[in-house]
Each structure stands twice: as C-alpha cells, then as structure tokens.
Design a protein around this ligand. Sequence first.
Ligand code: ZN
Length: 137
Amino acid sequence: MNIDSITNGIVIDHITAGSGMVLYELLGLATLECPVAIIKNVGSKKLGKKDIIKIDGETEIDFDLIGYVDPKATVNVIKNGELVSKRSIDMPEKLVNVIKCKNPRCISSTEQELTQVFKLTDKENKVYRCLYCESKA
Ligand code: ZN
C-alpha cells in the first residue's frame, strides 16, 4: 500500500499523538477489508506530534465518534484521487450509540434495547454525561 496515493478513501489527519490507536479501535477499523494505516508521532508544526489514519477504500465512518475522541482531528475524503472534502470536526452535542454507560445500575445497562445517549454538558472540559443516570462518560 502506498499511503500517499489513495484514490478512494479517507485520511484522518491532525489526530492528537496517541489517539490514533483509540480511534482505530472505536471506529472498528480492524474489521475493514481495505488497507488501513496508522502513522504515529508524525512531526507537525501545529501540534508538535500527531497521528494520521489512512483508509484506502470507500467506507462510512462515524464523525461523531471522531469528534468525541479528538475534536481537533480533520477528515479528508478522497475520491478518484482528488480531495473532495476536508472538514474539521467539532465535539458533537449528543452521542447516540457511540459509547456505553459504565454505571452498572444505569437503566441503559439493564435494559439492553435502550439507545445509549450521552450529552455534552461541559465543552471546555469535554464532559459527556449519560442521559439516563448522568454518569460521566
Ligand atoms: Zn447511565
């Protein structure tokens, strides 16, 4: 795989160094059949060090999840060798079925069919709370 010549795919750039693996896990990239590369600790003028994830294939990714893990990341979508969109991601106000509540007594833990919903309650400190029991994410 030539990581610099993606024809159709997604490049997640400006990931905080160390968060690349976290995103890889949470986005479920291990299950993709196309080539996926994580490049760690790349020198960056803006961040000092950053991680980059390159996905060489067409796939849907969860932007909310990226915004939750790393709101400073940017996502580049490449189609036919051209950059068709570059977007920075903000922290989503609401996370639906992205993370699970850790409180074992929470109704969302006991009622499996309930949607897991977390709300951003403190943007500055990146605090999400469960909609049902208000536990921190
Ligand atoms: Zn809860």
